[in-house]
Design a protein around this ligand. Structure first.
Ligand SMILES: Nc1ncnc2c1ncn2[C@@H]1O[C@H](COP(=O)(O)OP(=O)(O)OP(=O)(O)O)[C@@H](O)[C@H]1O
Ligand SMILES: [Mg+2]
Length: 332
């Protein structure tokens, strides 16, 4: 007899984190997931919940059990977004199949060759970030486009620079009349804590996610990390030298989270914790995700990327530095 798990009605950050935590704590056995109540499906929630379902189904499978899906057939929006296929259920569109529009980007996978040069990886990520920003903000102002591009580029390149996973998932939703856009990016790599524990002595996922959004916090580099992109991974030495030019300075997540704090919301899930921050402050929720998932919900109009970086740099160095922490790579 299968135990039925009620899928959440809303995949807002809190409910999704709670659902992931709940699935991870369930003992092995025969289960059915009931999607009947599932209504609100924002991209971050869909990416994180689909990943949790995949992991849960695999865990049950290893123990010789199956997981059934119930009452998912009339969830047409979620099916169109590729959610059920992302869960491993053969229903609806494949991830990346729907064409996307100025109001949504379906759940989509992006793979890169981790053996390629950092310049090549940056180019791939930059092109994808530009394409997505254009789709979500057609004819948008240059500043607005640059804000969105910055978030996409920084979060996506983090996956290929830090997660050891060659695959990321993304999705997005925009509310043009409200002036809001949400992008979500997820990987199933090593997670934040693993990268920060040695250098910063963080002893928990909660400490790691909070540390990661501080300015100037950057984890182990290639040379310090033999289990990363080093020789064991089969990366050739030219590509390895090239990676040194990534010049991680620990500003990506800081700037993105600052941008979201004014009028939007930022979430960072890794390990057993999901950090949420907005203008109201910062909060931690129990969650479960082996890699990293980021939600950047931001106002389309706001402080320009240049102004923000200038402000950060001035605060940090007391004067305008000759090189900005992050080059703008977005050729409009
Ligand atoms: N997807 C990820 N997987 C694993 N660790 C991550 C991931 N994203 C970020 N991190 C960790 O969080 C740290 C902070 O990220 P952040 O983007 O702020 O800085 P950075 O990438 O090191 O430098 P910069 O973005 O300025 O080039 C990273 O150095 C890395 O250790
Ligand atoms: Mg970064």
């Amino acid at each position: 007899m299968a135990t039925t798990i009620a899928f959440p009605r809303s995949l807002d950050v809190t409910s999704t984190a709670g659902f992931c935590h709940k699935l991870s704590a369930l003992p092995t056995g025969q289960y059915a997931i009931d999607f009947a109540e599932f209504t609100n499906a924002p991209p971050f929630g869909m990416l994180l919940a689909a990943s949790a379902v995949r992991v849960f189904v695999a865990r049950m499978g290893v123990a010789g059990f199956t997981v059934q899906a119930l009452r998912y057939e009339n969830k047409s929006y979620q099916a169109h977004m590729g959610f059920f296929q992302a869960c491993g259920l053969n229903h609806g569109k494949q991830p990346g199949q729907a064409s996307g529009s100025r109001t949504y980007i379906p759940l989509t996978k992006l793979d890169v060759d981790l053996g390629a040069s950092i310049a090549h990886i940056h180019d791939t990520v930059n092109r994808r970030a530009t394409q997505l920003a254009r789709l979500l903000l057609p004819g948008g102002r240059r500043d607005a486009h640059a804000r969105l591009h910055y978030c996409l580029f920084e979060i996506m390149r983090n996956v290929f620079e830090h997660s050891r996973s060659p695959t990321l998932w993304y999705g997005a939703q925009a509310w043009p009349t409200k002036g809001l856009v949400e992008v979500a990016i997820l990987d199933e790599g090593v997670g934040i804590r693993r990268n920060l524990e040695k250098k910063y002595g963080v002893a928990s996922d909660a400490a790691a996610v909070q540390k990661a959004i501080e300015e100037g916090v950057s984890g182990a580099t290639l040379k310090d990390d033999p289990f990363g992109f080093g020789p064991q991974s089969g990366v050739d030495s030219d590509a390895e030298d090239d990676r040194e030019s990534a010049h991680n300075s620990g500003y990506g997540l800081y700037v993105v989270s600052q941008m979201c704090r004014s009028g939007g919301e930022f979430a960072l899930a890794s390990g057993d914790t999901c950090l949420v921050c907005s203008s109201a402050g910062q909060d931690l929720r129990s969650s479960a995700h082996k890699g990293v998932a980021v939600r950047a919900a931001l106002r389309i109009e706001g402080e320009s990327v240049e102004q923000l970086i200038q402000r950060v740099a001035t605060k940090k160095f007391g004067e305008t530095p000759s090189t900005r922490p992050r080059p703008m790579l977005d050729p409009l």
